[in-house]
Design a protein. Structure first.
Length: 406
């Protein structure tokens, strides 16, 4: 008898009606002879509602207490699902992360999973029970409740599936698979039956929130079979393939958009080696992740530096730069926190050239201004204005012939 882990996201458990539909879905899998472990998100909107409550009391709430609060959303959905299953005559047990020994480090709000004790889950499964686990949460060494970052239930599901040696980890969501771009941004997006692991990883880290990037990373590390499907309709969804990438005929497989980007620009930095080392050290000490970095020469002695951070930490980064400007010489500082990053991703880039040129000329022809460009082996990203997000995605989606044939 194989174990299947099924994760249901917020919209999938967004109402009692939806919870009943999820119960039916789980019963179907159980009746096919599988042992089922369901991992749930909070009901849609709940995590945001809780976050908003905390922020009304304090713009920067205590990270520990915030995790204590946010983790409560999942406790509601798992117990409701267990109630719905029991009512239907199926024995089910809901469990919090601490009850399955899901240990994380102590980095509140973005904790990483260290270990899972499978004893309780396996005992429940052996007794024929359906196990329902709260996603998104964990527990540190001292017994504090932690959370895994927004969208973290995907990672909970993959980690639990890995610990249980499940046959497959199925991520049920509100779209029927992974598309060539977010179908809500471009209605011509095409569903992909398969996607390579490398492409999925780049997509997830470049803004395709259909899977949390850590979940993809975790699946890759442990070769856990992963599939994205709809909880609203039948279908085989999208399978993430770990096999070596085939030779792609198209250079680009998908376009993604990453919201909430902010850019800081430092013009005319003297003694730049020392200043840049100081700057990035201070940003790292403040736990600020830097994404794109572009350095250009201004003169023989001076350089310009542009880098991007998440919009949430823009002000914090600005303070660090301003503080640095008191001790070193920078001619001018500026920034923009209304930007987004658009990326083209494809294994085909390994064998095709000229992708950046096509991308930049398509954006130029559409009158879209590009602030920064960065390239990686199978990804090219550009930073554009927030208001250009939809048109940039659509222009590139068309340019690389990803539209579904009508
Ligand atoms: P859940 O609550 O189930 O975790 P999410 O909202 O986190 O669901 O992720 C699903 C959403 O991801 C979809 O509704 C879709 O708008 C968005 N999305 C972004 N990029 C893609 C893509 N390439 N393919 C499919 N969905 C995508
Ligand atoms: N409920 C959490 C969130 O909204 C985790 C998740 O849904 O994956 O981010
Ligand atoms: Mg999600």
């Amino acid at each position: 008898m194989a174990i299947i882990v099924q994760k249901f996201g917020g919209t999938s458990v967004g109402s009692l009606k939806r919870i009943e539909a999820v119960a039916e879905q789980i019963i179907k899998t159980k009746n096919q002879g599988h042992q089922v472990v369901a991992v749930l998100s909070a009901m849609s909107g709940d995590t945001n509602r809780l976050l908003n409550l905390a922020k009304q009391l304090d713009a920067n709430p205590s990270p520990r207490e915030l995790d204590m609060l946010l983790a409560s959303g999942e406790q509601v959905s798992i117990s409701l699902l267990a109630i719905a299953l029991i009512k239907r005559g199926y024995s089910a047990v809901s469990l919090l992360a601490a009850q399955i020994g899901l240990k994380t480090n102590n980095r509140f709000n973005k904790a990483r999973i260290l270990d899972i004790d499978t004893t309780r889950m396996l005992t429940e499964l052996q007794q024929g029970h359906i196990v329902i686990v709260a996603g998104f949460q964990g527990c540190d060494d001292e017994g504090n409740i932690t959370t895994l970052g927004r969208g973290g239930s995907d990672t909970s599901a993959v980690a639990i599936a890995t610990a249980l040696h499940a046959k497959e980890c199925q991520i049920y969501t509100d779209v029927d698979g992974v598309y060539t771009t977010d179908p809500r941004v471009d209605a011509t997006a095409k569903k992909l039956d398969h996607i390579t692991f490398d492409e999925m990883l780049e997509m997830a880290s470049a803004g395709a929130k259909v899977l949390q990037n850590r979940a993809v990373e975790y699946a890759g590390k442990h070769k856990m079979p992963l599939r994205v499907l709809s909880s609203f309709s039948d279908g085989s969804g999208t399978k993430i393939e770990f096999s070596e990438q085939s030779v792609a005929s198209h250079p680009v497989s998908a376009i993604t958009a990453h919201q909430d980007e902010a850019m800081l620009s430092l013009v005319g930095i003297a003694e730049h080696g020392r200043v840049i080392a100081m700057l990035f050290n201070e940003l790292a000490n403040a736990d600020i992740e830097v994404d794109m970095i572009v350095q250009t020469a201004l003169s023989a002695e001076k350089i310009n530096l542009n880098f991007t951070v998440h919009r949430n930490v823009y002000q914090q980064a600005q303070l660090i730069v301003a503080g640095l400007n008191n001790v070193v010489q920078i001619d001018a500082l500026s920034g923009n926190d209304r930007l987004v990053k658009i990326s083209a991703i494809g294994n085909g880039m390994r064998s095709h050239t000229g992708v950046a040129a096509s991308m930049l000329s398509a954006l130029y022809d559409a009158g879209i201004e590009v602030y920064l460009i960065s390239t990686a082996e199978i990804k090219i990203s550009v930073l554009v204005k927030q208001q250009d997000l939809t048109s940039a995605v659509q222009v590139l989606h068309t340019k690389f012939e990803l539209n579904a044939k009508k």
